[in-house]
Design a protein around this ligand. Structure first.
Ligand SMILES: N[C@@H](CCC(=O)N[C@@H](CS)C(=O)NCC(=O)O)C(=O)O
Length: 363
């Protein structure tokens, strides 16, 4: 292991210890109500823990088709799931060494804080308070999203803008940025609304599908997915307004820089592979490329130590791409043209193709 990482870990452990002392007294002060605040007792040496355990623990959705949902064999698949699989491939050269914890919007942060999982890969928006109060580190943005509205056009005909929704009953899931943006949007536009709030996705979906709400609001990516589960998807229209920025990405706990590096560079490797035309099908033959950047990324240069510096093997990128393909392949297979959702790349196209997906270099 690199010395700086050893120091990071030692420092992180000291911080953890200090935190525990502080937390113990906080616990006494806060009593039972403070328990959820003081639950962080996970070790900082996440990579060592994951290796020793032989499996990566990943928090995902309870079931949002395209992003993370169990298939008919009960195996989790989807865009977010592929990030868990990619990290497992980088560590174990085996994308199946993942244990999934289904989480609601409300309980997702607690399972990361208390060490039940190593990684949160669940359409989670990167915000300042999640960095600071919840003590998360976001590895980057793997999906540039925004909040939208869906309506049942049969129930409320003639509505083609969210500005016509005054007085509407709006279905929303609690514990989300969605709930907060919804309040902001109606306040900013001087409109009234009746929030119909649930903790579980299936409850929100059922309430909307049964006509209890006029409007469903969530990340636009979520609307595409949920629309397909409704009794008559064609009756439902997504309105044009995008009322927020929802930069989604995988997150880890504060206090383990090496682990953050591994998750972050797994994400970057997926985008870099797409930039370089490295695919699941050609990655083996690309190892023989004479292009220095491709050789470097695939660990083929003599004395390569990028993998070792992360605590991984030199073929970590080869293993990631063999397991899940590059960013574009992960996108198209799960939520894009190769999926029922058919989401366009849009902002999630590579920066070279008019989008925002851009990764710092491996060098
Ligand atoms: N990106 C927003 C919303 C994320 C979110 O939880 N959305 C809901 C509605 S699409 C969801 O994914 N639910 C799935 C579940 O609870 O399993 C956030 O981070 O707060």
């Amino acid at each position: 292991m690199r010395d700086s990482h050893k120091n990071d870990r030692a420092n992180a452990r000291t911080r953890e210890k200090g935190l525990w002392v502080m937390k113990t007294s906080t616990k006494a002060l806060l009593g039972a109500a403070g328990l959820s605040l003081v639950a962080t007792m996970a070790s900082a040496a996440t990579l060592d823990d994951v290796k020793a355990r032989g499996v990566l623990k990943c928090a995902v959705n309870t079931g949002l088709a395209g992003f993370a949902a169990p298939n008919d064999k009960g195996e989790y698949t989807g865009f977010d799931v592929d990030y868990c699989r990619a990290v497992a491939a980088a560590i174990f050269n085996d994308p199946n060494k993942v244990e999934y914890t289904p989480t609601t919007a409300k309980d997702r942060f607690e399972v990361l804080a208390n060490g039940t999982v190593d990684l949160l890969a669940r359409n989670t928006t990167w915000t300042l308070s999640r960095d600071t109060t919840l003590k998360l580190n976001f590895a980057g943005i793997n999906y540039f999203d925004g909040q939208g509205f869906m309506i049942n056009a049969k129930k409320i005909p003639g509505v083609n803008s969210a500005l016509q929704l005054s007085g509407a009953a709006v279905c929303v899931q609690t514990g989300t940025t969605t709930e907060l943006n919804l309040a902001d949007f109606f306040k900013a536009n001087n409109l009234q609304y009746n929030p119909v709030v649930f903790e579980k996705l299936e409850e929100v979906n059922a309430a909307y599908d049964s006509g209890r709400c006029d409007v469903y609001t969530t990340d636009q990516s979520g609307l595409y997915s949920i629309r397909l589960t409704l009794t008559s998807p064609d009756d439902h229209v997504v309105l044009p307004e995008i009322i927020s920025k929802e930069p989604l990405g995988p997150a880890v706990r504060h206090g383990d820089d090496q682990w953050l590096d591994i998750v972050r560079w797994t994400m970057n490797a997926l985008v870099i592979a797409e930039e370089l035309g490295i695919t699941q099908a050609n990655v083996e033959e690309m190892k023989a490329s004479t292009n220095p950047e491709i050789r470097r990324v695939l660990g083929q240069e003599a004395n390569s130590k990028f993998g070792a510096d992360l605590g991984l093997s030199e073929d970590w990128v080869v293993n990631i791409i063999k397991a899940v393909g590059n960013y574009g392949e992960v996108f198209e297979r799960n939520i894009g043209s190769g999926s029922p959702l058919k989401i366009a790349r849009g902002l999630n196209a590579l920066w070279t193709k008019g989008g925002l997906q851009y990764a710092p270099p491996i060098r």
